[in-house]
Write a protein that binds this ligand. Sequence first.
Ligand code: 5RP
Length: 218
Amino acid sequence: MTQDELKTLVGQAALQYVQPGSIIGVGTGSTVDKFIDALAASGLQIKGAVSSSLRSTERMQALGIPVFEASEVQSLGVYIDGADEIDHAGHMIKGGGAALTREKIVADLAEQFVCIADESKLVKVLGQFPLPVEVIPMAAAQIARRFAALGAQASLRAGVVTDNGGHILDVRGLAVTDPQAFEADVNQWPGVVTVGVFARNRASVCLLGTAEGVKTLA
Ligand code: 5RP
């Protein structure tokens, strides 16, 4: 199966976590696009969704799925999103689509994070994928120096301004062996809006698309 077919498979599989009549959290990316399409085609009636990006909002609205503001809900039963990398404990690197800040906000509202990913995303140690970090523009150079002091290389993602007006640094050369400590540390650097390590908001379930079908890692 192609990577695209694996994404379709897990997008479809995520429907089992959607409660009819509920408001769900919806992430961002090509795998989530498959989920949104599957949801619209399924006939499952939900009240609506809280979206993590303008991209997903537009896709859902075009398919007739009502979109709510995060401030309109107190909690969500489930948040469904992809990942750039996921380890066996459910820690993830996210932000390849530059939506990491809103993704973390919506994930934080949810009782359960269901990650949908093809098997290429499963890793032993996070860090092969360049780590996205959303920053306040005036802090970008100083934050890049802090990563250099850790032996990593941060580069500004050219031409990208996030939905929140931030810039994205992509950081290469990291091996994130303790995701919780790393996330907590980088979060405290002045000017960091969001670090793309999702450890505190890790996935509770991962639906992994493989050649043998969907594997559920929990
Ligand atoms: C966007 C993300 C996505 O979940 C991540 O980049 C995976 O995307 P895709 O499903 O297209 O591989 O974090 O900010």
